[in-house]
Design a protein around this ligand. Structure first.
Ligand code: ADP
Length: 422
């Protein structure tokens, strides 16, 4: 699958998910509206029935006044006389129960002679403990006759509670999204892994091919006896074989070390060492490489306390890797500066170069295993993308940190290690 296909799939999937969510929300809203209308009709019919019963009791033969909805939760019915609250309560409760309107309600009775709402009672029909919501705004009817009103404080929740099927389907939809997102994440991860794998194989082939062909050409030449007479030439070919097999060994070691890191087996042979001395040694070991590129290294070893508890071999490899990179990723003559200083009860080692730099957004990635800054598949600089992973793992194992600062004019890697406290 190409990157473009994955991107298209993600885009289409996001659009369809957004479409599904919107449709679900739309239908849920419609369903709620429908339920509310049903509830209102039911309440209106119940209140009308209560109005009729009151008229019957009062032997009043006039028409029942229409039920009026004054707000979303409040309904009023005009009556021709004042009412006894308990009578009203029992009529209302009875009627609501018969019609299965099982949500809490408050009722009040308006007395037009005194112009006041004379009784405020409530009934917990839901069977749950009732708590009167504070700051309830119950509108006043503009009617100038007696009336009673019924207020449903919990109407919205009651209706939502009846939308169980919708909530279930939304839950299922959410689960489908979660699975879908997970699947996409796995696809993207697999894709990255397969890219890394093929990059690694490409790089490895490349890294191993060159020394192997040099060794094989040199040994062919030596075996053919063509340089039998020339001792200096012979010596050169022996050295070539030696150097190239050394390089191969280093590469193989790097790969093997990764397997060890994966199993978290970093064995450190810690000794109190003078880091300045180790830095000088590591610098000397890249001198030949530097000479080939007409480069130079400046040392500004200013730390007053350069003693740290490190594994000497691993520490030298950390510096060696940083120096190798500083030389490799430089288009002109490498100018490298290594400086040290004591900060935060430790020693900071800064390796600065005048190389090609690392784009800001990739600076976090470069420490990842097999990660190489994409160079458009041009293998002008060889590597496995393991060097900085190795460096970071080891710095961490030593209880230290590593950060990179990089711009167009070069990069600086800052390694901080704790100094030995006596
Ligand atoms: P490798 O050098 O084998 O590719 P590393 O893990 O050492 O792997 O480095 C990862 C990537 O970080 C490199 O591919 C390179 O793009 C970038 N990089 C590392 N060091 C430098 C540097 N000093 N200057 C510019 N880029 C660097």
């Amino acid at each position: 699958m190409t990157r473009r296909t994955i991107r298209t799939i993600i885009l289409l999937a996001t659009i369809s998910i957004a479409g599904l969510v919107l449709t679900q929300l739309f239908w849920m809203d419609k369903a709620f509206e429908l339920r509310e209308r049903e509830f209102d009709d039911n309440v209106t019919a119940a209140l009308r029935e209560v109005g009729l019963q009151i008229k019957d009791i009062n032997k009043d033969s006039s028409e029942v006044a229409p039920v009026r909805k004054l707000s979303r939760n409040y309904f009023v019915v005009a009556t021709s006389d004042t009412l006894h609250p308990y009578l009203l309560e029992s009529l209302l409760e009875n009627e609501f129960r018969t019609r299965n309107i099982l949500t809490d309600f408050e009722y009040n009775i308006y007395d037009c002679f005194t112009d006041s709402l004379v009784f405020d009672g409530f009934v917990a029909l839901s069977g749950q403990e009732y708590e009167r919501p504070t700051e309830v705004e119950i509108p006043r009817s503009d009617s100038d006759s007696h009336y009673f009103g019924v207020y449903f404080p919990d109407k919205q929740n009651y209706l939502s509670g009846q939308m169980g099927l919708w909530l279930l389907s939304s839950g299922i939809l959410l689960m489908v999204f979660a699975f879908f997102a997970y699947t996409l994440a796995v696809i993207v991860k697999q894709k990255r892994l397969s890219e890394i794998k093929s990059d690694f194989i490409n790089n490895m082939t490349h890294e191993f091919k060159t020394p192997i062909s040099t060794i094989s050409a040199s040994s062919d030449l030596l075996m053919s006896g063509a340089v039998e007479a020339d001792a200096a030439k012979r010596q050169r070919y022996y050295r070539m074989i030696h150097d190239e097999s050394d390089r191969l060994r280093l590469q193989v070691e790097k790969v093997l070390q990764m397997a060890q890191f994966d199993r978290s087996e970093i064995d450190l042979n810690l000794v109190d060492a003078d880091l300045h001395q180790l830095i000088r040694k590591a610098t000397a070991s890249v001198q030949i490489l530097l000479d080939e590129r007409k480069g130079s290294i400046g040392l500004e070893l200013n730390a007053t306390d350069p003693i740290s508890s490190v594994d000497e071999l691993h520490f030298s490899n950390i510096i060696r890797n940083l120096l190798d990179n500083a030389i490799k990723y430089c288009k002109h003559e490498p100018r490298i500066v290594i400086s040290t200083g004591n900060i935060r009860q430790g020693i900071a080692i800064r390796v600065s170069d005048n190389g090609i730099g690392i784009p800001t957004k990739l600076q976090r990635e470069i420490f990842g295993k097999f990660y190489r800054v994409p160079t458009g598949n041009v293998h002008n600089v060889k590597g496995f993308g393991l060097g900085l992973f190795y460096v970071k793992s080891l710095v961490k194992a030593h209880g230290g940190t590593i950060v990179v600062e990089s711009g167009d004019n070069g990069s600086t890697f800052v390694v901080w290690l704790p100094t030995s406290r006596k």
